[in-house]
Design a protein around this ligand. Sequence first.
Ligand code: CA
Length: 241
Amino acid sequence: MISRSAQPTSKGGPGAVRVLVVEDEPAIATAIQHRMAAEGWQVDVAADGPSGVRAAAELHPDVVVLDVMLPGMDGLEVCRRIQAERPVPVLMLTARDDETDVLVGLGVGADDYMTKPFSMRELVARTKALLRRVERAAQLSETAPPAMTVGDVVIDRAQRRVSRAGRPVHLTPTEFDLLVTLAATPRTVLTREKLLAEVWDWVDASGTRTVDSHVKALRRKLGADLIRTVHGVGYAFEPAE
Ligand code: CA
């Protein structure tokens, strides 16, 4: 079922922020579309998983708002396929907090999560934070040295590639930014609040679980020994000798 509604009358000229919303509940999709159009953003809506994947490939959105429960293909698979094609920030919408926990545990690769019902104002704020991070990462990659080596981990910030002991590791945009932030000060404990501010550009500390989920994903991909948990405080990057 293709039910994408790319409105030719959408606001926003060339260079405008382009958002893809993948959501099968018309009331929610429409509310998001209207709220984000009011920001001057161009918003396209896909109402099922497969058309969401196609729309992402065709439209090259700057950010994707993705519902988890979708007809045709669930949000996890949609997220994987979109990210495999091109690194793009994904904000995932879940029905319940415990569903977020499950997704976090799976290390799906979403950059942020919001549980329904959510406020449109909060959604826009979180989306803006994601966009700022992408912009900053692009600036960083222009000025970054070709590669930094910490222990047996090589981080190429210009290419946004990572390897450990010569083995390439595929990271999502957020995982990459988190690794760069941790590795910039090896053996130094960074609080979750500091990581949230640096990597996610958040001021409040409501998303510390998001930090935990991304640390979990980094450990799974790079090895459990690389990031030390300091209970009640935060995390430290511990390069191999
Ligand atoms: Ca749904």
